[in-house]
Design a protein around this ligand. Structure first.
Ligand SMILES: [Mg+2]
Length: 263
């Protein structure tokens, strides 16, 4: 894994003359991580860069998030770009609309897990259960360190049977655990789906995907784009499967500014 700014000339050379399909995770990539998801803010200058990029005719921007579609749209507040919410269960953008349907049995399981988590974790400070319709998220960024083993074991107990039965999958993120449908639909599939739509609209033009993300769920997209474009992990370089890394949200903004100047 290489530091992107050491290799950026090579990346820009590769991008020349191609249609740039930019995929951006939100939390930890555009917006710095904060205590609770509602407090996360994308800096104004980052938003302006996204707007500038989306207005270029050789570039598109998609924000790919685990947040619900309504939530991520509100958080960004930018028109004319592609949004994917709830780990890809909803996608919307210019000439793009997609919602995956959910089995009634899955919804029932989700309700059951939610009620167990609510009951057993109601006395624990700093725990937030977020029902996103398609997914259920358990946030514990504000919980005390001592309570983490208990929170973890309650979550495992509530979900173990259904994961074993392959009815749900559990996604672990930064200070969050999530329940999602076990149908193999993740950030990798979403990115390939969006690119396929773009390819048929653009005909001959070559697409170069650039994906930037900081979390475990982004690894799925890094894998899907291996050898097809540029993948960038945000954070300390470690076990990520991305080609490059950037150190934080400020460096992501710096990179966006550099590519917004590309012809
Ligand atoms: Mg993230």
């Amino acid at each position: 894994m290489r530091y992107l700014f050491k290799d950026s000339n090579k990346v820009f050379k590769e991008a020349k003359g191609k249609y740039l399909s930019l995929f951006l995770d939100c939390d930890g990539t555009l917006a710095p991580i904060v205590d609770t998801p509602d407090k996360a803010v994308i800096p104004r200058r980052t938003k302006d860069l996204i707007i500038a990029l989306s207005r270029k005719n050789n570039c598109s921007v998609a924000v790919i998030s685990g947040r619900s579609l309504a939530d991520i749209k509100k958080k960004c507040g930018i028109r004319g770009i592609i949004y994917s919410g709830n780990h890809g269960f909803q996608i919307s953008g210019p000439k793009l609309r997609f919602t995956r349907s959910l089995a009634a049995s899955y919804k029932k399981i989700l309700r059951g897990i939610k009620s167990i988590l609510k009951q057993r974790l109601s006395g624990i400070k700093g725990v937030l259960i977020e029902d996103k319709g398609v997914c259920l998220a358990l946030h514990f960024r504000l919980a005390s360190r001592d309570s983490l083993p208990f929170i973890n074991s309650v979550f495992r107990q509530a979900t173990a049977f259904f994961t074993a039965e392959n009815k749900i999958i559990v996604k672990a993120g930064k200070k969050v655990m999530e329940v999602a449908p076990a149908d193999g639909w993740g950030k990798g599939k979403i990115v390939l789906w969006i690119m396929a739509k773009q390819r048929s609209a653009l005909k001959e033009k070559k697409i170069m995907p650039v994906y930037i993300g900081d979390d475990l769920t982004d690894e799925d997209a890094f894998k899907a784009l291996k050898g097809r474009g540029v993948t960038i992990f945000v954070g300390k370089p470690g076990s990520s499967g991305a080609d490059y890394y950037l150190r934080g949200t400020r460096e992501v903004a710096r990179f966006l500014r550099l590519i917004s100047g590309l012809k």
